[in-house]
Design a protein around this ligand. Structure first.
Ligand code: M6R
Length: 614
């Protein structure tokens, strides 16, 4: 939520900041702004709306400045407006902030009582007042600005990634991190800061991931990082291998479509170097679970939000069925507050594309504090959840920019399959033949997904036009096809704004079937499964109420053909892994419905890619 960019170097700051903000726009896009240090001594541009609006506003007036801060906002405190857009300025102190100040009312009242006048409804402006007061109107040196930031931070409860500059201190930027991601980039004679790697990947691959409690001073002659007590800390730079081109649209009209098409390569990357087919073995880059831990495990709990939650739900069927260990999947936002039973007998699997989702991170911290062993399944390298867990299995999907998660989902599924097979190497529930069959099936997925996209995309594009004006849609399935139905419904509602709900097909007659009429299309996932015939019976129940049925089904399934109005055919690789294939047409259907309706596919209303606040 919200994106921050900072730059100090020899390039035109406006260009670097705008470019970086465009790459962070998925994090929030209701208002934006930049501040640059120039002879003014500081110039601030802000506006309600998108980065393109900000760019248009600046177009004729690009100051010749080489340092500055930028921000794209997802509103928490205060509506989207120019006044509430960051950067916030008090005298010559300018701040950008991502996160939430929990004691903002108390601080605001204290500051007002002390004579401060607020010009926005945001909690973030508090930082500018606190720092300006700490500086008492003096022109600070870089070190004094840094100290002022360090001194005020203990007064603030909540989460922040904070960027600060001062008009009288042209060669310095200060950043602080607590609970919201912040990375620094090191270039040739220039330094960058950003909420996420893609924002600055065009300029440098050398990155430093700040940790909670870190405060950094960026100057032309280098970088200093301390903890909250002012003691120097060393953060080893990482070399990021991601190809910057992955963060471009590459000729596709939307990132979402590009990311759907990247799935074959993403799955190959997830599997690369992790599978010995001949021996039926799985490896991760490090030893995920030291021996002995699993001997004590009596339950697996997966915690996640949104699409990652659906990946967990899908995998949980297989974990329980094959590993014979009780497996639950919990919304992280519920889990963290409901006093769950967690102890050293619990293996927690935390699933998150961004690795920054606040609720999932809090669930991980809770689980660790109660003695559980935590494995993270994350996409973003060195993200907060990846670092908070005992071990991490990266999904290697590459940067996912579209708010709607696609390649992250399928690579989460594949990683969770690998994790299951990896755990089985310690608990020995599967026989060798099944393990080899499973790994062979996984290895066929990249080709199968590529062929499926090629075959089904034109069909779905035409079909989506026919359903784009439905009022509501239902998605139904049983067993692993139920969480897939949930994922299909989430995709549709988040990008097309069409109301869509998912149910286990067997639940329909317990209430939801009352919704069915000729205007409510029902999408069934009815594929190769022991409960296929039961789902066909559920289709009959819908048809008896004049519902229109779309079936995601096996090619040549005549029984389904007889009862469905429309079919999307998905060839099977192996029922063990077909969930990965079935996700693809659900993504394409949502995408083309949204395109027909003309919504903003990559940046749907009210959403942000990384939900770093509660
Ligand atoms: O980064 P995470 O996987 O933790 O994000 C969780 C959800 O916010 C995310 O999956 C969200 O539901 C997506 N927009 C769905 O497409």
């Amino acid at each position: 939520m919200c994106g921050i960019v900072g730059y100090l170097g020899h390039r035109l700051a406006v260009d670097v900041l705008i470019e970086g903000l465009k790459r962070l726009e998925y994090r929030g896009y209701d208002s934006a702004g930049i501040a640059v240090l120039d002879p003014e001594p500081v110039t601030v541009f802000r506006c309600k709306g998108r980065i393109a609006d900000l760019e248009a506003k600046i177009a004729g007036d690009r100051p010749d400045a080489h340092a500055g801060l930028g921000h794209t906002r997802w509103a928490t405190h205060g509506r989207p407006s120019e006044e509430n857009a960051h950067p916030h300025r008090v005298e010559h102190t300018v701040v950008v902030h991502n996160g939430i100040i929990e004691n903002h009312l108390e601080l605001r009242q204290q500051l007002i009582a002390d004579g401060a006048t607020f010009s926005s409804e945001t909690d973030s402006e508090i930082f500018a007042h606190l720092i300006a007061r700490e500086l008492s109107g003096n022109d600070p040196s870089p070190e004094q600005l840094f100290e002022a930031v360090r001194n005020i931070l203990p007064r603030v409860d909540g989460s922040y990634a904070l960027g600060v500059l001062h008009g009288s201190c042209p060669g310095a930027l200060v950043f602080a991190r607590h609970g919201s991601p912040l990375i620094l980039g090191i270039g040739e004679g220039e330094l960058f800061a950003a909420s996420d790697i893609p924002a600055i990947l065009n300029y440098t691959r050398e990155m430093v991931i700040l940790e909670d409690g870190d405060i950094a001073l960026l100057q032309h002659d280098g970088l200093t990082i301390t903890d909250g007590d002012g003691a120097a800390v060393t953060r080893k730079p990482l070399r990021i291998a991601w190809d910057p081109v992955l963060a471009e649209k590459g000729g596709y009209p939307h990132f979402m479509l590009k990311e759907i098409h990247e799935q074959p390569r993403a799955i190959s990357d997830t599997l690369a170097g992790r599978v010995a087919l001949d021996r039926g073995e799985v490896f991760f880059e490090s030893d995920l679970i030291p021996s002995g831990i699993l001997d004590n495990v009596r339950q697996v709990v997966m915690v996640a939000c949104g699409t990652s939650f659906h990946a967990g739900l899908t995998a949980a069927y297989e974990f329980e069925r094959h590993l014979r260990v009780p497996t639950r999947v919990e919304f992280a936002s519920e889990y963290r507050y409901r006093e769950p039973i967690i102890d050293e007998h619990t293996l927690v699997v935390a699933i998150s594309q961004s690795g920054e989702t606040a609720d999932t991170l809090a669930a991980v911290e809770l689980a660790r504090s109660r003695g559980a062993y935590v494995v993270a399944v994350c996409n973003v390298l060195e993200s907060s959840i990846a670092r908070a867990a005992h071990a991490v299995a990266y999904t290697h999907a590459g940067p996912e920019i579209s708010v709607a998660s696609t390649k992250a989902f399928v690579t989460q599924l594949v990683t969770l399959h690998l994790l299951l097979l990896y755990l089985d190497q310690q608990v020995h529930r599967l026989d060798g033949a099944l393990r080899r069959r499973w790994l062979t099936a996984l290895s066929h997925l990249p080709t199968a997904v590529a062929e499926l996209i090629e075959d089904c995309e034109p069909v779905i594009k035409r079909m989506a036009r026919r359903y784009a004006h439905a009022r509501d849609m239902l998605y139904l399935g049983r067993d692993v096809h139920y969480p897939l139905a949930m994922e299909g419904a989430l995709k549709l509602k988040e990008i097309s704004y069409m109301h869509a709900e998912a149910y286990p097909a067997g639940e329909m007659k317990h209430g939801p079937i009352a919704l069915v009429d000729a205007d409510v299309p029902v999408l069934f996932v009815v594929h190769d499964s022991p409960v296929r015939s039961k789902v066909i019976a559920n289709i009959e129940e819908i048809r008896a109420r004049e519902g229109r049925v779309i079936a995601l089904t096996l090619p040549g399934d005549e029984e389904v053909a007889e009862v469905a109005d429309d079919r999307i055919e998905v060839p099977s690789v192996d029922p063990l892994v077909d969930a990965v294939l079935l996700a693809v047409p659900l993504q394409l259907f949502a995408y083309y419905v949204a395109v027909h309706l003309g919504t903003d596919v990559d940046q749907p209303r009210n959403l942000a890619k990384s939900v770093t606040v509660e």
